[in-house]
Design a protein around this ligand. Structure first.
Ligand code: ATP
Length: 753
């Protein structure tokens, strides 16, 4: 026996706590109309998880709670506890006894308590289904509901039979699987939608990352090209700068020397061309002529003096002779000739000089001589002789002076001539020097020009190099800004030739500039490409991309997992469907057999069976379809009843009498209970419509049934009561509260009335 006890408290008319023990296979509950018997049956439904308040004759949950009477105030909660034996572990729980309690509160809140722990309704349902206590209530037949199985449609009937066959557990599992399936399908859709939503961003990030990778690649390339370019440029500039500086230095020195030499040569030249020397020479020349003049004049004076002396001496001699001879003696020819000769001499001298002064002087001299001659020749007196003698001695003194003068003048002339000669020599030397200086100037200017040209050429190269160096500094700064400090370490970069050998320093500095310019051009192109990629904060993007990718992979994995579980769930559903179908087919045959057996027993013949039928329905939402529209019809398996009464031609359940209907449904209920006996069956006045003979048959069948299931029978029927091991009477006093009491058969019969 599974059913041990039922405790009702605050449920409907059971305002106070009442207990029912079920120690016998058959328990009958008896009592007058309206005493609360059906409330007991409903308390079973309630505690077993019934969700339809209507099936418990209420509208709302609070209708199940003691509503109060004139004497006793209403309750706030209704609670029913059922105690089931689990010593043989019918219920898959490790307890020997199972206590299920359900409480409903006025606010409609329900509580389910399993062995003291709050659980969900679902847990209760599954637990009960595992012991074939289904929720369709095929084992609780309410009052007037005996023929519910007859009035039900094939589909509902099928459900009842499935429940009775204990297939509910599979259906729960199936429902659970379906629920999980739809949830999983929903999840897949959600995850797919998440993935779809994220896809454009992921794609965008992927593109960004590709760009970043491209940019990193370009940067690496740029680094290489930059390193080579900078190293080459720096080496080139430094080398050629040094080279040109080395070349320039001696040229500058040579230029300075040339400049100095040129200055000196120019000075020499200038000196040679100077007028000062010639003026000096002229004055020296003049001094010579002057000295000559002075000497000649002195000589003339001297000669004149000499002549006078000779004349006087001759006259004195003449006077001597004349003093001895006749006065007035003729003039001697020799004197005349001497006179003439003298005159001629003077004239010729004067003419030689071709100077007026000389001529003048010569003429006056001639006149003076002639006068002297005439004087001497015409009148010679003794006084003259005296005079002449005096004159002669004076002249002799004079001539000494004059001689000295001549000597002095000659000395002066010699000196002047010496000065002139030395000046002349100096001038000649200077002329020679000038010519040489001129040649030197010419040579030096040429040299200078040549040197300057060379220096200019070097300077032009240096200017280019200087410009290159400024540009190089700028480029280096740019490289550092672009690639970081490492870009400045270009000097350690090893440049290799196309053949793979390291480039020598000579090759490095002697490369064609065009190649370097091409390298520069390439650099610019790379930079432009990099700029075009326009990459900003790369780390963040890569991180975001990796996260997004991971998330996408996670979602893809999630989808795969969900799809795998969809497959598994579908397999499970198919498996459950298979089991359901298989067990249903087997079960329905058995029930059909038992149905026929109970039916023939009840009616003493006839024939009854269950048929599996396929009905076509248009689905629950058929009203949604427009008229004339093609509607997909749903095929549903259902159960039809076929019952043929003995000796009657009537067919069809509708044609049966109330009693016949009751018997037919009892036969079916019993058949169902036989195939898969539930732990207990509650029958609320199922026997109400039976006459005495049928009541007995009913009683017999109850006893047979009680072998497999515990029976709780609510009845007014004495026959039924007589079959019960335990009898409870339900009474209701003026306070409207149902009370339970254990009664004997006789009392029961009395109570029931
Ligand atoms: P019958 O033999 O005529 O079928 P019964 O013994 O089965 O009668 P029930 O239908 O179980 O009687 O009980 C009905 C009684 O329970 C009524 O008197 C009704 O007023 C009372 N009742 C139902 N619900 C409540 C409630 N929430 N509070 C108080 N009393 C209630």
């Amino acid at each position: 026996m599974y059913l041990k006890e039922l405790t009702i408290s605050g449920f409907k008319s059971f305002a106070k706590k009442g207990e029912l023990g079920f120690s016998a296979p058959i328990t009958a509950i008896v009592g007058p109309n309206g005493s609360g018997k059906s409330n007991v049956a409903e308390s079973f439904r309630f505690v077993l998880g019934e969700q339809s308040v209507k099936s418990m004759r209420g509208k709302r949950g609070e209708d199940l709670i003691w509503g109060g009477s004139a004497d006793v105030a209403r309750g706030n909660r209704a609670s029913v506890t059922i105690t089931l034996d689990n010593s043989n572990r019918v219920f898959p729980l490790d307890f020997t006894e199972i206590k299920i309690e359900r409480v409903v509160h006025r606010d409609g809140q329900n509580e389910y308590i399993l062995n003291g722990s709050a659980v969900r309704l679902k847990d209760i349902q599954e637990l009960l289904a595992s012991a074939n206590i289904g929720s369709t209530g095929h084992h609780i037949i309410s009052q007037g509901e005996a023929d519910r199985i007859l009035t039900a449609n094939p589909k509902e009937r099928r459900e009842m039979i499935e429940d009775a066959l204990g297939l509910k557990i599979y259906q729960y599992k199936r429902q659970e699987a379906e629920r999980k399936l739809s949830k999983t399908v929903e999840n897949v859709a959600q995850v797919e939608s998440l993935r779809r939503e994220a896809a454009p961003h992921l794609k965008y990030l992927e593109k960004q990352v590709q760009k970043i990778e491209k940019s990193l690649e370009l940067q690496a390339q740029l680094k290489e090209v930059y390193a080579e370019y900078l190293r080459r440029e720096d080496s080139y500039i430094a080398f050629h700068f040094d080279r040109l500086s080395v070349l320039r230095k001696p040229l500058i020195e040579a230029l300075a020397v040339a400049e100095k030499e040129l200055t000196s040569a120019k000075k020499t030249l200038q000196a040679s061309e100077s007028q000062a020397d010639s003026a000096e020479l002229i004055s020296a020349e003049e001094a010579v002529s002057k000295a000559i003049g002075e000497r000649q004049s002195a000589e003339r004076e001297h000669s004149k003096c000499e002549g006078q002396i000779a004349l006087l001496e001759r006259r004195l001699a003449d006077a001597e002779r004349r003093s001895t001879s006749v006065e007035g003696k003729a003039v001697a020819y020799a004197d005349i000739s001497a006179l003439i000769k003298d005159i001629e001499q003077q004239v010729s001298k004067a003419l030689q000089k071709d100077e007026v002064a000389f001529l003048h002087r010569a003429l006056s001299d001639i006149i003076h001589r002639l006068k002297l001659f005439i004087e001497r020749s015409s009148a010679v007196k003794d006084t003259t002789t005296e005079f002449d003698k005096a004159e002669l001695s004076r002249l002799k003194e004079e001539i000494v002076k004059l001689q000295k003068q001549v000597g002095e003048a000659q000395g002066k002339e010699t000196a002047a001539r010496g000065v002139y000669a030395s000046l002349e020599q100096k001038r000649a030397q200077e002329a020679t020097d000038g010519r040489e200086a001129e040649r030197a100037v010419f040579r030096l200017v040429g040299e200078q020009r040549e040197l300057e040209t060379k220096v200019e050429r070097i300077d032009r190269e240096l200017i280019v190099l200087e410009r290159d160096r400024t540009e190089f500094k700028r480029e280096l700064q740019e490289a550092v800004a672009l690639l970081g400090r490492a870009a400045a370490d270009y000097f350690s970069y090893v440049i290799k030739s196309e053949a793979g050998a390291e480039v020598t320093p000579e090759e490095l500095v002697n490369e064609d500039r065009e190649t370097q310019r091409a390298r520069r051009h390439n650099l610019e192109k790379l930079k432009i490409r990099l700029e075009e990629l326009g990459i900003g904060a790369t780390e963040d993007v890569v991180k975001e991309f990796n996260e997004a990718k991971e998330r996408d992979a996670f979602l893809a994995h999630e989808i795969a997992d969900l799809e795998a579980s969809i497959i598994k769930l579908r397999e499970l559903i198919a498996e459950l469907d298979g089991k359901l179908e298989e067990q249903f087919v087997v079960g329905i045959k058995k029930i059909s057999f038992e149905f026929n057996r109970f039916f023939t027993l009840m009616f003493g013949g006839g024939e009854a069976e269950l048929l599996t039928v396929v009905t076509k329905t248009r689905g629950a939402d058929e009203e949604l379809f427009e008229e004339g529209e093609e509607v997909e019809e749903k095929k549903e398996d259902g159960i039809e009843l076929v019952a043929k009464l003995p000796n009657k031609r009537v067919k069809g359940l509708e044609m049966l009498s109330g009693g016949e209907r009751a018997l037919t449904s009892i036969a079916l209920i019993f058949a169902m209970s036989q195939v898969n006996p539930p732990p207990f069956i509650i029958l609320d006045e199922t026997d109400a419509a039976l006459d005495e003979a049928n009541s007995r048959r009913y009683g017999d069948m109850i006893e047979e049934l009680a072998k497999k299931s515990q029976l709780i029978l609510i009845t007014h029927n004495r026959e039924t009561m007589s079959r019960a091991g335990i009898l409870y009477g339900v009474t209701m006093g003026g306070d409207g509260i149902s009370k339970l009491l254990s009664v004997k058969l006789d009392e029961a019969v009395a109570v029931a009335k």
